[in-house]
Design a protein around this ligand. Structure first.
Ligand code: AP5
Ligand code: MG
Length: 393
């Protein structure tokens, strides 16, 4: 997810650039200035309260702003990313924004500061006054707005100074020039962003097939905890020796052991920076938390969860067919083991799916049809969720 903040003096072109960014990167645009003007126009209680302050070039109070922002975010809960124009504007609002992102379990991707001399801002706004009817676009009020920016908003950069999020953008030149400067940075951020997909579904839903194909096409690595464990056993590593008895008896492994294995795989030096497709993990709610925690150590997160839906009848058919081939799994051996395996998945999967649904990460995909058909259904939403560069650039 991309979450961008546009910063800059009045007239710097925040609104102009935001509209283009919003379109290109499919972001939800939230401009506190526009929200406030709408309240004034509709004559609401908030509108009446802030009219004088705004039309005089002062700032609205933080209490009002937090109410407006809260509502705007609630209206767009399933957004693929936010673009804030003119918020935060005070030190208090920077804390409010932090709180909002914690609640959304999101992070700010970048803060762009459009830089333009006051005199040029003024000229642009006086020009805008001839084209649009904004009550605050007159010389006296523009002066006051610029003062407010220098006094209350600019010091706010101090709040972000050690975050590495700030990017100064030269705000002079044509709209296209400025847009190119900003896009260049956004694209760099996107390139750095890893894609991590969880392939989820009942045994027999086609997870292995689809995970391998997706990883191959997007240049990601497949992480299958079962295969990793088998490899440890084969190499007789210390983890391998510990897990062997569990695996031979078909028991669920203690999370502590799997954690160490995942850490080793994901945090090692030559680990994939582009991302992973997880298959067969997480299986429980606890494991979903663990995976989030390990990815967070890498500065990454889950991009999306593909939930492959296949009917029970179709699953039974597929697993029964597989049981008669060399690709047979130990749990394919009889109808009763297949059923208990499906039951086990059903018991645990609910919690995992709920966890990811709360974060709007689940993409439900119909898993019936041939392999190619199913893959096409998966590929498009994954690319969208990861804002894959091959699509955008
Ligand atoms: P807000 O609506 O945010 O206004 P602002 O910060 O004063 O900025 P503007 O919208 O005037 O300028 P912009 O940077 O968006 O420039 P634009 O793209 O339009 O806030 C208004 C008021 O609401 C505040 O004063 C405050 O009272 C209140 N408020 C808002 N948020 C608040 C908050 N969080 N807390 C408290 N109070 C809050 O461009 C300007 C003009 O230049 C346009 O005509 C455009 O066509 C032109 N232009 C753009 N780019 C170029 C270019 N490259 N070359 C030539 N012309 C250009
Ligand atoms: Mg604006």
């Amino acid at each position: 997810m991309l979450n961008i903040i546009m910063f800059g003096p009045p007239g710097a072109g925040k609104g102009t650039q935001s509209r283009r960014l919003m379109e290109k990167y499919n972001l939800t645009y939230i401009s506190t200035g526009e929200l406030l003007r709408k309240e004034i126009k509709e004559g609401t209680q908030i509108g009446k309260k802030v009219k004088e302050q705004i039309e005089g070039g002062g700032l609205a109070d933080d209490e009002t702003i937090v109410k407006l922002i809260n509502k705007a975010i609630k209206d767009h809960e399933s957004s693929e990313g936010f673009l804030f124009d003119g918020f935060p504007r005070t030190y208090v609002q920077a804390y409010i924004l932090d709180g909002l992102f914690i609640r959304l379990r999101q992070k700010i991707t970048s803060i762009f500061i459009l830089e333009l001399p006051d005199e040029v801002c003024k000229q642009r706004l006086l020009q805008r006054a001839k084209e649009q009817d904004r009550k605050d676009d007159n010389e006296a009020v523009i002066k006051k707005r610029l003062e407010e920016y220098h006094q209350k908003t600019l010091p706010l950069l101090e709040f972000y100074k050690d975050t590495g999020l700030l990017t100064h953008i030269d705000g002079t030149g044509t709209e296209d020039d400025i847009f190119r400067r900003i896009s260049k940075h956004v694209n760099e951020d996107l390139k750095k962003k890893a894609t991590n997909v969880v392939m989820f579904g009942y045994p027999g839903a086609g997870m292995t097939t689809q995970a391998n194909r997706l990883a191959h096409e997007l240049n990601l690595k497949v992480i299958s905890t079962r295969e990793m464990l088998q490899e440890e056993v084969r190499l007789q590593t210390s983890i391998g020796k510990q897990v062997q008895p569990y695996m031979e008896k078909g028991l669920l492994l203690p999370d502590e052991i799997v954690i160490r294995l995942l850490e080793k795989k994901l945090l090692e030096n030559n680990s994939s920076e582009r991302g992973y497709v997880f298959k067969g993990y997480p299986r429980t709610l606890v494991q979903a938390y663990i995976l989030d925690g390990i990815l967070q150590k890498k500065g990454q997160d889950i991009t999306c969860v593909i939930n492959l839906n296949v009917s029970y009848i179709e699953l039974m058919k597929r697993l029964d067919e597989r049981s008669r081939t060399s690709r047979r799994m130990p749990y394919d051996s009889s109808a009763s083991t297949i059923v208990s395996r499906l039951e086990e998945h059903e018991t645990h999967s609910r919690g995992v799916l709920e966890y990811y649904r709360e974060q709007n990460q689940v993409i439900d995909v119909d898993g019936t049809g041939d392999i190619d058909e199913v893959y096409q259904r998966i590929k498009e939403p994954v690319l969208r969720a990861s804002k894959n560069l091959r699509q955008i650039l």
